[in-house]
Write a new protein. Structure first.
Length: 301
């Protein structure tokens, strides 16, 4: 593979903000174990060693035009690209020698769990493909999929994946169309229609503290968890259990709260919070919600 070009380096840098990049190479009829790369240098070195495939980025959407009639396939990618340009969506078009791929990065996808990212990506795929949606490979919304990396050589044809068109607006990473997020929320609510528990008053707590605990629990029931790999069980779920305990919420309502929170924290289960509630009840000293830990999960919310 050639040296990484500047515009592609910027794509890698955006992806690396949220996750390592995993590369593979095809050898003797099999893909090797995925190689974890956390820097541009590691990616470059892997390319020089023949690693020509990678896992799809968390914040990347790919329109894989699954049509092997070359003339029709060219018309399709041009139409999809036109739809993207109408909304000033920066994107790159690649000729893989077998089909055309359109890549675009979207801001905010990292805030959702993997299953919800797939739903949003599918809505985006359909929105910009329009009448050509039938030609798009729907598997590309699954970020566990392997694709040939930028400028990678095809292991059978020996042809390189080449960029043939680039449209860059003011930003490389695009905002998600609000209408798409609206459709997602509408679908999300219908698929996960749960009773949101409104937390009542608790005798013995200052009114301001009561309100803080209530707001925290009600927010946690309806808000997708924004980060991964931050000890959700040890920190986040523990604090939810503490808030439930301090508000003296009845067992039935507590179970419903835990179920609602678990929906927002896939693939975790409500039992994690139930176990923390048991732990809280066993403590001999007063336990309190650690707001510093909560802010660490929710940033500025």
């Amino acid at each position: 593979m050639t040296l990484i070009k500047t515009n592609i380096i910027n794509i890698y840098k955006e992806a690396l903000k949220y996750e390592p990049i995993y590369l593979q190479k095809y050898s003797n009829g099999f893909h090797t174990k995925r190689l974890r790369c956390e820097t541009i240098q590691e990616i470059q070195e892997a390319h020089l060693r023949g690693y020509n495939h990678r896992k799809i980025f968390m914040n990347c959407l790919i329109w894989d035009i699954d049509c092997h009639l070359r003339v029709l396939s060219q018309r399709i990618w041009q139409d999809v690209s036109f739809n993207l340009r109408k909304e000033d969506i920066s994107h790159f078009v690649w000729d893989t020698s077998r089909s055309f791929h359109i890549h675009a990065l979207f801001r905010g996808l990292e805030r959702y769990c993997k299953d919800d990212r797939k739903k949003i990506k599918l809505l985006l795929l359909a929105h910009y493909a329009k009448q050509h949606f039938m030609w798009c490979d729907k598997n590309m919304v699954n970020e566990n999929m392997n694709i040939r990396d930028f400028y990678g050589l095809h292991e059978i044809t020996g042809k390189k994946k080449e960029i043939i068109f680039e449209f860059k607006d003011k930003w490389l990473v695009n905002p998600i169309n609000p209408d798409i997020l609206g459709l997602f929320r509408q679908e999300y609510k219908s698929l996960n229609s749960v009773l949101i528990v409104n937390c009542g008053a608790s005798v013995g707590l200052p009114e301001a503290l009561q309100q803080s605990y209530k707001s925290f629990l009600e927010f946690a029931q309806i808000t997708p968890f924004l980060r991964q790999g931050m000890q959700k069980n040890n920190l986040y779920f523990k604090n939810i259990a503490i808030a439930v305990y301090r508000l003296k919420i009845a067992e039935k309502e507590a179970r419903q709260i835990f179920k609602n929170v678990a929906v927002q924290c896939k693939p975790h289960k409500s039992e994690n919070m139930t176990n923390w509630l048991k732990w809280v009840k066993q403590q001999k000293h007063e336990v309190r919600v650690n707001w510093g830990e909560i802010r660490g999960f929710y940033n500025d919310k």
